[in-house]
Design a protein around this ligand. Structure first.
Ligand code: PRX
Length: 635
């Protein structure tokens, strides 16, 4: 009997031991009993972090869409698979059953095939949170195409970079999207992006906001008429365990975004197993993750993990503030949500509104509360616990990454005692460790350093699309024979982990990972700008916000600084997206640099944080005099 569902703390420890003492045997049992395979594997695991190379379930054949849908038809055909809650609360929610999902995914898969999409082709999906987004991903999986979902809040430039990097021939989008009271012209953004993407031959357009858009003849096609004539039966492509399932871009501290590649079998097994346990999902529960499918949280815990378990997963199109700040709680009440998974930034924004917005609603259905994406501060943790969970629903502060594919460190609700701001214990099969700066492992408890993982887990990203060398350098070169997460962490006296934040130049703003380099590149495009440096500073809702130090080519620049700030933010918005706009921009005559010319971000960070008591020795800088000037003019 495998340990698919963990129910007690002793059982957790026992299963954990089994999973690290004999990982192959452990994962083989989980895989064998709970999934549908066309052919079983020849070898459970082959790995070498030095190369690096990781292969799980080699020789196995399967299709993940059959595991997410077909497998449930015998027992759950009329159960709601996707519960779609539209932006406008007056519009009806849509309950898509497993049977309907099966038909819709197959139709979509047939449309893709008719457009010439084949196994291994990359498909860019730039669609808002409407059912077509989930259906498109599953349709790609069904025919073996590799989906690359791009968050529909990214700009045309960001979209173009991603389309070109993975060489997508087809883009799926919609005429537009609703976002609270606003509408967004998504198709216009796609048109602009495609001016820079020569390889795209076809654009499929879903109708959502019924706006008047231009369709380019020969390239753009309305989706619905194609679906209407497509058969609702489509034989699933037989995939190898290590065939890529999707590419998802994440920011790096330097350079272009990294297209993380996740493969089929290991990703499926791990996301399904973590979903079942981290949320303690039971058959008739209604589960809701508020993330967008454009991020890994949505891939793993709106689509694949829940559907693999035959769950009912809520998909919400709107925003927490529309029509008012009670919207989340209204949805929990209306659909009797049992598990609710969101980000600390949303919790902080909602906590600011006061409890009246919560008290109007009946939240008694809630059993599990989740948090993900950034460290949750103590105040937000308590507010969530008291006002939403009424001190009865455990909070799972789950730590993981785009690269890890699934949850890595988390309490298991009703199993692991929680502790505010602590992600607590490693999930089954995960072997974290803490390293010092010199590459020595810090053993025992009460240690703090850099968080690494020693042993492969099934859903580790296998490479960066088109750049294996960068994958090796980013994750496997800092510490020998270890996966380096880029995060700092501490382990307390009982062995609980607390994530302390990024130790590289990635800044997490409202739960979104942002690399500083691309933002600086965008700013430097402004004709008046000589140089810039971005750092993070604490923000009560966003967690961290962006602070930009900018030097101008002509320091006597007579232009209005407010206008310059607006122009700089507009550039960032155009190049990356509104999420990367700066909260503060300080114009300065110089940036502190080492003698080799490297900008000392550590000093700039301290100044932005208004913590200048210990700036360290600045006398060795190339230009120490600028530090005082920057401090005097801090915003
Ligand atoms: O710094 C960690 C932070 O988010 C980073 C990963 O971001 P991304 O790839 O966008 O994936 C987010 C959703 C899985 C991590 O390196 N992070 C994520 N969860 C937590 C967290 N920091 C603290 N506590 C968490 N629970």
């Amino acid at each position: 009997m495998s340990n698919y569902h963990i129910k007690h703390l002793e059982e957790y420890y026992q299963v954990y031991r089994k999973s690290v003492n004999n990982p192959e045997r452990f994962w083989e049992e989980i895989a064998e009993e709970h999934f549908l395979w066309r052919k079983k594997w020849d070898k459970v695991l082959e790995w070498d972090f030095k190369k690096p190379e990781v292969k799980w379930f080699q020789g196995a054949e399967l299709n993940i869409s059959e595991n997410c849908i077909d497998r449930h038809l015998a027992t759950r055909a009329n159960k709601t698979a996707i519960l779609f809650e539209p932006n406008n609360p007056d519009d009806d929610a849509e309950h898509i059953t497993y049977k309907q999902l099966y038909h819709r995914v197959n139709q979509f898969a047939n449309v893709l095939k008719a457009q010439g999409v084949k196994k291994g082709d990359r498909v860019c999906i730039y669609v808002p949170m409407i059912p077509e987004l989930a259906i498109a991903t599953l349709a790609c999986a069904r025919i073996g195409a590799i989906h690359s979902v791009v968050f529909a809040g990214f700009s045309a430039t960001a979209l173009a970079t991603r389309i070109n990097d993975s060489d997508c021939k087809i883009v799926i989008t919609s005429d537009g999207s609703y976002r609270g009271a606003k509408t967004i012209d998504l198709k216009g953004i796609v048109d602009e992006a495609l001016e820079r993407c020569e390889g795209v031959e076809t654009v499929l357009v879903a109708k959502r906001i019924h706006s008047n858009i231009t369709m380019k003849v020969g390239r753009d096609k309305w989706l619905q008429p194609l679906l209407d004539v497509a058969s609702n039966q489509c034989e699933a492509e037989v995939m190898q365990a290590e065939d890529p399932l999707f590419i998802l871009y994440t920011s790096g501290s330097t350079g272009k975004p990294k297209g993380m590649v996740h493969t089929t079998a290991g990703y499926m097994v791990y996301t399904a197993y973590t979903f079942k346990n981290a949320f303690q999902y039971r058959e008739n529960d209604v589960y809701w993750c508020t993330a967008d499918i454009g991020w890994i949280t949505g891939h793993s815990y709106i689509v694949y993990g829940p559907l693999c378990n035959g769950a009912t997963t809520v998909m919400f199109e709107g925003v927490p503030s529309y029509p008012d700040y009670g919207r989340f709680w209204d949805i929990v009440d209306k659909h009797k949500v049992n598990q609710f998974y969101t980000a600390p930034t949303a919790i902080r924004a909602l906590a600011k509104q006061g409890v009246e917005m919560v008290e109007k609603y009946d939240l008694s259905s809630l059993k599990v509360l989740g948090s993900v994406g950034e460290p949750i501060n103590e105040e937000a943790w308590h507010w969530y616990n008291e006002n939403i969970g009424k001190k009865k629903s455990p909070i799972i502060d789950s730590w993981w990454q785009t690269e890890t594919g699934g949850i890595m460190i988390t309490p298991i609700p009703y199993v692991t005692p929680t502790k505010p701001t602590y992600a607590t214990l490693p999930f089954i099969g995960v072997q974290p460790c803490i390293m010092d700066e010199h590459g020595k492992e810090l053993k025992g408890n009460q240690v703090e350093g850099r968080l690494c993982i020693k042993f492969p887990w099934p859903s580790i990203a296998r490479t960066i699309w088109g750049n294996h060398q960068r994958y090796k350098e980013t994750y496997f070169s800092t510490f020998e024979n270890m996966y380096f997460t880029g995060d700092g962490a501490l382990r307390d006296e009982v062995g609980y982990y607390r994530i302390t934040g990024r130790v590289d130049d990635v800044i997490i703003v409202s739960g979104h990972n942002l690399g500083t380099a691309p933002i600086e590149d965008a700013i430097n495009e402004h004709p008046a700008v000589a140089e810039s440096a971005i750092v993070g500073f604490p923000h009560d809702v966003k967690g961290s916000a962006l602070y930009g130090y900018v030097t101008l080519k002509d320091s006597g620049e007579s232009r209005n600084q407010e206008n310059l700030r607006k122009e700089i933010n507009q550039l960032i918005s155009d190049r990356i997206g509104p999420i990367a706009k700066l909260n503060k921009i300080q114009f300065t005559d110089g940036l502190p640099k080492t003698r080799s010319g490297k900008i000392m971000r550590r000093i700039l960070r301290k100044i932005a944080e208004k913590d200048t008591s210990n700036l360290g020795d600045i006398s060795t800088l190339l230009n120490p005099e600028c530090v005082q000037d920057i401090m005097d003019n801090v915003l």
